[in-house]
Structure formats: structure tokens, C-alpha cells
Design a protein. Structure first.
Length: 205
């Protein structure tokens, strides 16, 4: 019986609390949805309503008349003079081909094979005129003696007589470049000794 009385007495209190909560929630909803207050002075700005006409720049396409360019005058005629020929004398070197004497045959000796022959020159290079001798105007002759191997190459080259020591090295170098057909004896190539030649160094006028 007592519990029923407490239940009946609590109903009005619960109703009051429920109505209060409902009113509080309604106020909160209206407060959050309201637009914020704004300051008209701070947000005011002006827009220029006048429209300015901007003249479009047009590119000047006027083409100027091209002036005709006159051709340049022809170059002056230059007289070409013929180059003078050098009057200085040129150096010449003249050398003698070694004289290989024919073998002396005795009618009483044994028969001589037709295949036998003496050394024969194949390549002969003239010596170069020494520059120092050319500058000094030195002329002269130079005698050289050498041997020819069974292969046809000069060897054992030596100077016999020379008018100037300036010609010795030039004569030796020239003989070193000579080539021979070797001497043949009994059908076999053999060495040829004591071959002599003379070089003549002259400055042509």
C-alpha cells in the first residue's frame, strides 16, 4: 500500500522534469541554428560599377617598302706579277758507276762457265748535297770503296779520298742505299770486294 502511494506521488515530479528537459533542448536547438551576428561596418566593401573600355592594341602590320640594295662595286684589278726565278745556283752531285772489268781469261786455263758474271748495279741513289757545304760554296770530289755481299748489299764502306770532310757522310749514306745483282761464280752468288766509285759535288750556276 505504501509503495503505491510513493508511485502516485512521483508521477507529477517526473512530468515536471520531462517538460523542463524538453524546453531546454528546444532552446538549445534554436540557439545553434540562428545565424551569427555580423558587423556591417567590418564587412562593407564597394564595387566599381563603371566599365572601363580597354582599347585593344592592334599590331602594326604595315610593311615598309624595301629599298633596293645596290650591288657592291667590282674589286679593283690587281696586276699579277710573275714570280722571279731564283738566280742562286742549284747543287748537283755526279757520281760514276763502278767499272767492273771483265775477267781476264787464259786460253790455257780451265773452261769458264757462261753463268759466271760480275756484280751489276740495280739501284743507285745520288747523295744529298751537305747543307753546310752548300752554304759555304764548297765543291769537290769524294772517292768511296766498298764490298758487295752475296745478297747484293754494300758493306765495309770506307772513304778513300775526299776534297772536304763535309762530303764524307753524304757519300757513305748514298752507298748504303745502293743495291746490286751479286757476283756469280760457278753458278753461285759470291761477295765482290774493293768496289770503287767517285762522287763529284758541284754547285750549278
Amino acid at each position: 500500500m505504501g509503495s503505491i502511494i510513493r508511485l502516485i506521488g512521483g508521477i507529477p515530479i517526473a512530468a515536471i522534469v520531462t517538460v523542463g528537459l524538453f524546453l531546454l533542448m528546444t532552446r538549445l536547438i534554436f540557439t545553434e541554428g540562428a545565424p551569427p551576428e555580423t558587423n556591417d561596418d567590418e564587412l562593407s566593401f564597394s564595387i566599381n560599377d563603371e566599365v572601363q573600355d580597354i582599347a585593344a592594341r592592334r599590331r602594326d602590320t604595315t610593311i615598309e617598302d624595301v629599298q633596293q640594295v645596290e650591288p657592291p662595286p667590282p674589286p679593283p684589278q690587281i696586276d699579277r706579277q710573275r714570280a722571279e726565278q731564283p738566280t742562286e745556283g742549284l747543287a748537283t752531285v755526279m757520281g760514276e758507276i763502278p767499272d767492273f772489268a771483265a775477267p781476264q781469261l787464259n786460253s790455257d786455263s780451265v773452261s769458264f762457265s757462261v753463268s759466271d758474271r760480275d756484280a751489276q748495279p740495280l739501284v743507285r741513289i745520288e747523295p744529298q748535297y751537305p747543307m753546310r757545304a752548300l752554304e759555304r760554296g764548297t765543291e769537290g770530289t769524294c772517292n768511296v770503296r766498298f764490298d758487295v755481299t752475296a745478297n747484293g748489299t754494300p758493306t765495309n764502306i770506307r772513304i778513300i779520298a775526299c776534297d772536304s770532310s763535309l762530303f764524307e757522310r753524304a757519300a757513305e749514306r748514298a752507298v748504303e742505299r745502293w743495291r746490286y745483282s751479286p757476283k756469280v761464280q760457278d753458278g753461285v752468288p759470291v761477295a765482290r770486294v774493293n768496289v770503287e766509285t767517285q762522287f763529284e759535288f758541284r754547285i750549278s750556276q
